[in-house]
Design a binder for this molecule. Structure first.
Ligand SMILES: Cc1cc2nc3c(=O)[nH]c(=O)nc-3n(C[C@H](O)[C@H](O)[C@H](O)COP(=O)(O)OP(=O)(O)OC[C@H]3O[C@@H](n4cnc5c(N)ncnc54)[C@H](O)[C@@H]3O)c2cc1C
Length: 389
């Protein structure tokens, strides 16, 4: 492929697909590459979308599971706190199908798709970027005006562009089952247990069709696969796996240090996990993928049109980090809570009326990621004023 492009998007996860689709729609010539042969391969996320994403973005309902309104939070001693929302709070995406849906939308908008293509590196050639790629053992290069790093938590693009890199991670691993009977309404079960999930949660989400059973935590403090096995064995009283069929195993790193500060320069920018755009508390990254990628596409489209570098100042991590301060504090608390007795007391407190709203807020609150569209408008005004000075 020798054709030149305006933008290369490296990585076709949710962040890359959303960015490529919107850029294609804006008229930019976009090349989308991923090391995977198919976007449907090796899904690594549970795929829980929160209400705010479901309301604000046009996710195709046929690729989402039934709504979930019930949450049960278990203490280390398995004392339960149940919460019920009057709204459809969560839906589990059928991620292989969703990614394929977004890829087709990209292609309809003129995005050129290159699967099984690994990003190898990029060099600054003053007005353009030369990007080195490898497809099926064959090396090739393309020249672009701008590079988007949507290549996940350990972004190589970030390093090559001299942008910030993630430094704090948890790891998650889960099994997906079919054939688990559902007793009651679809439910999201969350288990606070520092032995099985140090610094995070163990979870079961059962929407009536699929059951996801997983554990997450700091890699230095547990063996994720062993913890998953033990966890599954310990929830037989809650869920009957006797006739269940495991259909998939998923897992990966989740950056939890908050949005990185320096995520754009004149050569390129970062979206999704590459930008650290994950809630440090809940480790939810899908809503940030949609929101930050939408902003990224609008910033890039304006930058390509105007070649005015001030446009890029709209895309600064510091603008989002401010919204994460309390969640970063709560992450610090969760990370250091290794004593089951301490967590037991915290859970007991949350079962009391005065602290219930806190649990409600964590699970059903609508503040997963700043509403970048609104802030983008304000920032666009200020970028214009900066440019005018
Ligand atoms: C086990 C687990 C469960 C999770 N559950 C949830 C959840 O339920 N809800 C939620 O909101 N968040 C969840 N998250 C977080 C969420 O999944 C991520 O934040 C989100 O998927 C990140 O999307 P992304 O597009 O930025 O990155 P990715 O989905 O990681 O996509 C990056 C893409 O880049 C490609 N790539 C990487 N390097 C190269 C290269 N050199 N060349 C070419 N391609 C490359 C990869 O193949 C990949 O396709 C979970 C994470 C994990 C690990």
């Amino acid at each position: 492929m020798t054709k030149n492009f305006d933008v290369i998007v490296v990585g076709a996860g949710l962040a890359g697909l959303q960015t490529a689709m919107l850029l294609g729609r804006s008229g930019a010539r976009v090349l989308l590459v991923d090391a995977k042969k198919s976007v449907a391969d090796s899904v690594h996320t549970t795929g829980i979308f929160v209400r705010r994403t479901l309301e604000d973005f046009d996710l195709p309902p046929m690729h989402l599971g039934p709504p979930v309104r019930h949450v049960t939070l278990y203490s280390p001693a398995r004392r339960a706190l149940t919460l019920e929302s009057p709204y459809d709070e969560f839906r589990v995406g059928r991620m292989s199908r969703l990614y394929t849906h977004y890829l087709h939308a990209c292609q309809r908008d003129g995005v050129v798709w290159s699967p099984a293509t690994r990003y190898v590196g990029s060099e600054d050639a003053s007005e353009s970027q030369v990007v080195r790629l490898e497809t099926g053992g064959r090396s090739w290069a393309t020249r672009v005006r701008y590079v988007v790093g949507a290549d996940g938590a350990r972004s190589r693009v970030a390093r090559d562009l001299g942008l910030d890199a993630n430094g704090e991670y948890i790891v998650g691993v889960e099994d997906v089952f079919e054939g688990v009977p559902l007793d009651g309404p679809p439910r999201f079960h969350c288990f606070l247990d520092p032995r099985l999930a140090p610094g995070y949660l163990a979870w079961i989400v059962h929407d009536g069709e699929e059951t996801h059973v997983g554990v997450g935590g700091y890699a230095a403090h547990f063996d994720p696969l062993r913890a998953l096995e033990e966890f599954r064995g310990s929830v037989k009283n809650i869920m009957d796996f006797s006739r269940a069929r495991r259909v998939e195993r998923r897992g990966g790193r989740i950056p939890v240090g908050g949005v990185l500060r320096h995520i754009a320069n004149r050569r390129g920018l970062l979206v999704g996990d590459a930008a650290g755009a994950v809630s440090p508390l809940t480790a939810g990254g899908l809503d940030p993928c949609m929101r930050l990628s939408s902003l990224a596409a609008s910033v890039i489209a304006d930058y390509l049109k105007t070649e005015n570098r001030a446009e890029l100042s709209r895309y600064a991590g510091d603008r989002f980090r401010a919204r994460f301060v309390s969640r970063l504090w709560m992450r610090r608390m969760l990370a250091s809570a290794r004593n089951p007795a301490m967590l037991e007391v915290a859970c007991a407190a949350m079962r009391l009326a005065p602290l219930r709203p806190l649990a409600w807020h964590v699970f059903f609150g609508r503040g997963s990621f700043p509403d970048v569209d609104a802030s983008a408008h304000a920032a666009r005004q200020s970028a214009r004023s900066v440019a005018a000075i």
